[in-house]
Design a protein around this ligand. Structure first.
Ligand code: G3P
Ligand code: MG
Length: 262
């Protein structure tokens, strides 16, 4: 039975990773700005919106073609150049902060507040731990390939170990990256008991390509977009939140958070 808002019933949850659980999109932005500066071109959010969430080679083709540099730099060479820089950055990956970046910038586009990083990054861990504790099957579906996944999650093993399974961008069953539904359909087949109907899934995504992939798979999707993303990309999502802290499981027929005494 659907809940009062008409959404659900949801029995399974799929999480995106980059830009949703981990604050890693800033690393892609940083290295792409460096590469484009060589051609005296800026890297802006209209291009970022088209690339984020995609498999590496698919995003690379968008990058060299949209910027008009494909005669000078092939998608393959772009990836080689980008890789060297990303390898140094990914081991620093942290959980997403809850503060809105546009309001709390520091010079590296990070967040500034008096609270510690750990105090600011509870949205993802609270939700994952809650769903796991309540026995809701959860998994990860990320366009990242295995080598990057390992680097990004090496400091977050305990949290990611709560996922029933992980589907990566270089998984053989993921023929095409987001916005193709491949990755979410592959994820839906790997829970205990075999394939689960798409309409029972709730997907959490930050990227337009990921939101479209979830809808193309027939799933419900909550979008938690970066505030710099044009709001025209919000329309496809079933729900748009500024932070995972704002998610109310009961909106989707999922078990409520425990009320803690203050
Ligand atoms: O957002 P994800 O986790 O699917 O990752 C996709 C790329 O690796 C980064 O945009
Ligand atoms: Mg993402």
């Amino acid at each position: 039975m659907a809940n009062s808002s008409g959404k659900g019933p949801i029995t399974h949850v799929i999480f995106d990773m980059d830009g949703l659980l981990l604050d890693t999109e800033k690393y892609y932005t940083e290295v792409q700005e460096i590469i484009l500066a060589r051609y005296n071109k800026p890297f802006d959010w209209s291009l970022k919106a088209k690339m984020m969430g995609m498999k590496a080679i698919e995003a690379a083709r968008v990058f060299v073609e949209e910027t008009g540099i494909s005669d000078s730099l092939t998608a393959e060479d772009f990836l080689v150049e980008r890789e060297a820089m990303l390898q140094n950055l990914f081991p620093n990956s942290e959980l997403m902060p809850e503060f809105i970046p546009s309001l709390f910038f520091d010079q590296n586009h990070g967040c500034v507040s008096s609270a510690s990083r750990e105090e600011n990054c509870v949205g993802a861990s609270r939700l994952i731990k809650h769903l796991h504790a309540k026995g809701i099957p959860i998994c990860l579906a990320t366009g990242s390939h295995r080598r990057h996944f390992e680097l990004k999650t090496q400091r977050h093993g305990e949290l990611f170990s709560l996922m029933h399974h992980v589907v990566l961008g270089d998984d053989p069953e993921v023929k095409q990256g987001k916005p193709s539904p491949d990755i979410f359909l592959a994820a839906s087949k790997r829970f205990e008991g075999g394939p689960v109907d798409s309409h029972k899934f709730l997907v959490f995504e930050d990227a337009p390509s990921g939101v479209n992939a979830a809808k193309n798979a027939g799933m419900s999707v909550v979008m938690v977009p970066d505030p710099r993303l044009d709001s025209s990309y919000h329309a496809t999502a079933d729900q748009v939140l500024s932070s995972l802290l704002d998610f109310n499981p009961e909106d989707w027929g999922l078990p409520p958070f425990e009320v803690t005494a203050s």
